[in-house]
Design a protein around this ligand. Structure first.
Ligand SMILES: Nc1nc2c(c(=O)[nH]1)N[C@H]1C(S)=C(S)[C@@H](COP(=O)(O)OP(=O)(O)OC[C@H]3O[C@@H](n4cnc5c(=O)[nH]c(N)nc54)[C@H](O)[C@@H]3O)O[C@H]1N2
Ligand SMILES: Nc1nc2c(c(=O)[nH]1)N[C@H]1C(S)=C(S)[C@@H](COP(=O)(O)OP(=O)(O)OC[C@H]3O[C@@H](n4cnc5c(=O)[nH]c(N)nc54)[C@H](O)[C@@H]3O)O[C@H]1N2
Ligand code: SF4
Ligand SMILES: [Mo]
Length: 719
């Protein structure tokens, strides 16, 4: 029998559940993945991606040598490099010297605001910390941001305003100890599958009552006591009607409201108009079900709120999230086991990349860039002359590309993101990217964004490096090197530290911000010493089991749930919400509402999962259509259809299914050959700057087979 050479314990690189993996290594290859029974977040469970989806590491398309484009690109005339013949392989020295020289030149000629960077929720805390340190300390720009902007930015804005802190308050597995779980806009069994499995177990084995708020008949709907299939974009009236019933029936916790909140009277008046009957008209959910949901949630002793992208990704995303947060403020279902405000964080390290300050408005530890005291703090930590760090915030992910051009962003550094699949209104996004003078992409593959790069820097994957990821429960967990880096790939932190030293030399600084790290543990120690919430976390302490921040001291056990002693802002605040307008109305020409999202087997733009055997499990794009709509359109399951919005169209096969509800179609955004974001609208929420991904008016038309597009593949790499 084949025995592993080694078994290396690490953390899954896909979703925010943060499953512990045991990688069985033979001949420098992962040949089996096991889930240890004592993994805290997964207790022996894994989903198909963690178990079978890690083979992207050795896919032949992986790029493992630095590449420089043969013809320098002109801004405005930038074209994609379609084959490897458009590139030359260069040494790391050549590549990094070129990047340092071009970035420094842009900085000298056009100033700090001409540079911007995308960090990565796929990369480690240490990688992300160095990215923002480099751009802030050396180039004085706060235009470092990442996909959290496209994801839970509205959760952050809403929770900051309502209670003063934005992370998930409780631990996901407390669902086993609650009475009622309300899951809104989270397709948990596909997107946080191990948490989804525990929710199902809670229902089946613990008698937990489940309320599902989702326009699609997702798997959890079949486990629910109540499924509320609202029309996409109508969370505010739905949750406000639930609040209306809780207030009208006197089911709210008057002591909690008096002691721990402000703004109740004005809020209660604003909720008067949201009667269940009014909500039924606008959301499509029967009034009786709204009343029953209010009763179940409010009358429980312990109840948990979970939410996902169906609550956040709207031009009114902040109001949408506030509308659900209100329910916890009314009932006091916070600060105890089995309660709380639980936005499920998506990427493996989106919590961590945010914690590390890869956000245009905050330093690591959420210290505001607008506060001169934060600047002074980080100037001390980074050994910078006083007054170096600016106090005006930088640009967000949704602003960076729009600002590309001669007067704006000229140099862009993209570490581990794929904006040309993930941002809304892709045709425009691509036009903006063409305006960038100098583009660096640091990734595992030449993805849709990478083909526009001037320099491509090959990063080591999660299995080829050490570091930490922070999961959705705020748990900082170890990532361990199990394989040798493929080809000449290097860990992101090592690339950044090397590059930063070259930039310092080119800037001719007479001080150094400090880049001589021998191991990521040294980077972590720098963060932990500078940010109070991590002060008690060290690699030694998380050797076996991760710790949930805040961990203020080396003997502190970590914090499984927050707000036991009240909210960080003192009192929770109610907001008198109004009915939000849709940014683009439905019309006779665009009669359907398209919602976009995810499939179990695929990841975002597909760069990882489509370079994995997972692709064989779900090999082509589809659009989910309800049988009633399919009949009216004269299409059958598997027929090609054209899905069009006011911005663009794609042709995909129809999947006729009762998972869809009438009038609502679902298009996953994983497939480059039918990119959903060609259709989406690039309006954003004014506070959170999050796009409106979840409700786009579209039309469907039968299309000929010939209109289907074959998968477009990226340039082939060589090892
Ligand atoms: N397999 C897989 N897993 C993933 C990812 C992936 O790409 N693939 N990505 C990860 C990331 S970064 C994230 S952020 C998470 C996201 O995880 P989820 O939040 O579960 O993601 P989505 O599939 O985008 O949308 C969730 C649900 O919102 C519903 N919805 C649409 N409109 C509305 C509405 O108006 N109101 C309500 N209440 N619901 C609505 C949709 O029907 C859908 O079921 O998943 C993470 N996990
Ligand atoms: N229509 C629509 N659009 C959406 C959404 C939606 O629901 N609907 N959801 C939005 C959300 S929530 C999110 S989070 C975004 C995600 O958007 P992105 O973050 O742009 O998407 P990913 O495909 O996850 O990009 C990750 C990249 O990192 C690379 N990578 C993996 N590991 C490493 C590493 O260790 N180092 C480096 N340097 N690179 C690495 C991968 O190869 C891949 O190219 O999409 C958003 N876009
Ligand atoms: S549930 Fe998430 S963390 Fe766990 S194996 Fe699946 S993708 Fe990985
Ligand atoms: Mo996300």
């Amino acid at each position: 029998m084949l025995r592993p050479d080694r078994v290396v314990r690490t953390t899954c690189p896909y979703c925010g559940v943060g499953c512990t993996l045991d990688l069985h290594i033979h001949d420098d290859t992962i040949y089996e993945v096991q889930a240890p029974w004592d993994g805290v977040a997964n207790r022996g469970l894994l989903c198909v991606k963690g178990r079978y989806g890690l083979d992207f590491i050795d896919h032949p398309h992986r790029i493992t040598r630095p590449l420089v484009r043969k013809q320098p690109q002109r801004a405005g005339a930038r074209t994609p490099a379609q084959s490897l013949d458009d590139w030359v392989e260069v040494s790391w020295d050549e590549a990094l010297d070129l990047v340092a020289e071009r970035l420094v030149r842009i900085y000298r000629e056009h100033g700090p605001r001409a540079l911007a960077a995308y960090g990565s929720a796929k990369a480690t805390n240490e990688d992300n910390y160095l990215l923002q340190k480099m751009f802030r300390a050396l180039f004085q720009t706060h235009s470092v941001d990442h996909c959290a902007r496209l994801c839970h930015a509205s959760t952050v804005a809403a929770l900051q305003a309502a209670i003063g802190s934005a992370a998930m308050s409780n631990t996901a597995l407390e669902v086993l100890e609650t009475e009622v779980a309300l899951v809104a806009g989270s397709n948990t069994t596909e997107n946080h599958p191990v948490i989804g499995a525990f929710i199902k177990r809670a229902v089946a084995e613990r008698g937990v009552k489940l309320i599902v708020v989702d326009p699609r008949r997702i798997e959890l709907a079949d486990y629910a006591t109540l499924w509320l299939p609202l029309k996409p974009g109508t969370n505010v009236p739905l949750f406000s009607a639930i609040a209306h019933v809780i207030i009208r029936e006197g089911w709210y916790n008057a002591d909690f409201v008096r002691e721990h909140t402000v703004g109740f009277e004005e809020f209660a008046r604003a909720m008067e108009k949201f009667t269940p009957e009014f909500a039924e008209q606008v959301t499509g959910v029967p009034a009786a079900d709204i009343i029953e949901a209010a009763r179940l949630y409010a009358q429980a002793d312990r109840a948990m709120l979970f939410w996902g992208m169906g609550m956040t990704q709207f031009a009114h995303g902040t109001a949408s999230v506030l509308s659900i947060v209100h329910l916890a403020l009314l009932t006091g279902h916070v600060g105890r086991v089995g309660t709380g405000l639980n936005p499920l964080r998506g990427q493996n390290n989106v919590q961590g990349a945010s914690d590390m300050g890869v956000l245009s408005s905050v330093y690591p530890g959420y210290m505001k860039v607008s506060d001169p005291a934060s600047a002074a703090h980080w100037e001390r930590v980074w050994n910078l002359p006083p007054g170096t760090l600016p106090t005006e915030p930088g640009l967000t992910v949704t602003e960076i590309l729009k600002a590309a051009g001669p007067e704006g962003v000229r140099g862009l550094y993209v570490m581990g993101e794929n904006p040309l699949m993930s941002e809304p209104n892709l045709a425009e996004a691509e036009e903006h990217l063409r305006q960038v003078d100098f583009l660096v992409v640091q990734d595992l593959f030449l993805n849709e964004t990478g083909v526009y790069a001037d320099v491509f820097l090959p990063a080591a994957s999660f299995a080829e490096k050490d570091g930490t990821f922070t999961n959705t429960d705020r748990r900082v967990q170890r990532v361990r090197q199990a394989l040798s880096p493929r080809g000449q790939a290097r860990p992101d932190w090592a690339i950044l530290a090397d590059l930063a030293r070259r930039i310092e030399a080119k800037l001719g600084l007479d001080y150094t911000a400090g880049w001589d790290y021998r191991h990521p543990a040294e980077i972590w120690d720098e963060v932990a010493a500078a940010v109070p919430a991590y002060r008690g976390i060290s690699y030694d302490r998380i050797e076996k089991v991760g710790l949930q921040w805040p961990v203020p001291s080396p003997d502190h056990p970590g914090t499984p749930f927050l707000y036991a002693n009240g909210f960080p802002s003192g009192k929770g605040r109610f907001f008198p919400l109004d009915f939000p307008e849709a940014p683009e109305p439905a019309s006779r020409q665009y009669p359907f509402t398209m919602t976009t999202g995810r499939l179990l087997e695929h990841w975002h733009g597909g760069t990882m999962t489509r370079h994995s055997d997972l692709d064989a499990l779900y090999p082509m794009p589809i659009v989910e259509v309800h049988p009633v709509d399919a009949a009216a359109l004269g299409i059958a399951d598997g027929d090609p259809v054209r899905v069009s919005s006011r911005r663009g169209s794609v042709v995909v096969r129809a999947r006729v299914t009762e998972k869809a509800t009438p009038g609502v179609v679902f298009l996953p955004f994983h497939f480059a050959e039918a990119a959903a974001n060609l259709l989406t609208l690039d309006v954003v929420d004014p506070q959170a700057k999050i796009p409106h991904y979840k409700a786009t008016p579209v039309r469907l038309d039968p299309a000929p087979e010939a209109a289907l597009v074959n998968p477009v593949w990226m340039p082939r790499g060589r090892r």
